[in-house]
Design a protein around this ligand. Sequence first.
Ligand code: TRP
Length: 331
Amino acid sequence: MAAKKGRVFSGARPTGRQHLGNYLGAIRNYVALQEAYDCIYCIVDLHALTTLKDTDHLREWTYEMALDWLAAGIEPDRGTILFVQSHVPQVTELHTILSMVTPLGWLTRLPTFKEKVRQHPDNVNYGLVGYPVLMAADITLYKANTVPVGVDQASHLEFTREIVRRFNHHFGEVLVEPQAQYTDFPKVLGIDGRRKMSKSLDNHIEIAASPEEIERRVMQMVTDPARRYRSDPGRPEVCNVFTLHRFFSPDQVAQIEEDCRAAEIGCVECKRLFARNLADYFAPFRQRRAALAADPDRVWEILADGARRASAIASEVIAEVKEAVGLPSAR
Ligand code: TRP
């Protein structure tokens, strides 16, 4: 096998069954990166604790997410490490050490932090302030040089790079400064056609949905709001369905665009076509998912194995870090 370009690390909070936004914005990219990089993918359950009021769903959502990722083509058999953040507790050690070189102002000035404070003014906990420090620990614990993320994570990635520079300046060249690799797909809107697709807004379409469920959700999608009558010409450039056709209907998209502008195709017909293509695209995925779901213990075993492999790397790096900062080793 050709030498790999380096190590990728990325993580996502356990949100359960994945939707089209997760797939187009992250998972698809995670799968592709396995060709050229050694990849480590992490379900960041500790990060989820910073905002989840009730944590009853953490186990179930971790499992469902792992199922989706595996069925979508994350392949531990080909070297990729897939694991659950809390299964490798060295990350909390590194988090503590990095927190000592983190000026508090860097954290409280971050736009992501201010946004969370606006959303949950009654729950501004210490862990929430430290969210980016934990993320920096995730990445640096594995000396990853490439981090695929959405642009919404840009400030966190920049923070990580600054912390690495600061740490290395004080303690020597130990940590690796990672590069962000931003995903190219345009923002995926929900079925409301207005807001970003998200489970919490219930405007999402699950990639594991049955063809019937896909059809039901797709038919609810909002298209060009100015196109009131079937005879009105449509504007594909403002239509979320059209954006998705680009990906899921590559052979038909040029014709759809032309027909929409000429009012030769109506939104109902256009959405039916989209629903069918979407269901076809994910048919092999649904099959693999069903096979995996037949043996849930096996999925947890894959995650446990991932944690063992992640832990082997993490233990070496944490030892190096402790030595660099001057902590006395135990005998
Ligand atoms: N903060 C990221 C998000 O909300 C999730 C995350 C945690 C992450 N640790 C990471 C992403 C490490 C990339 C690398 O989406």
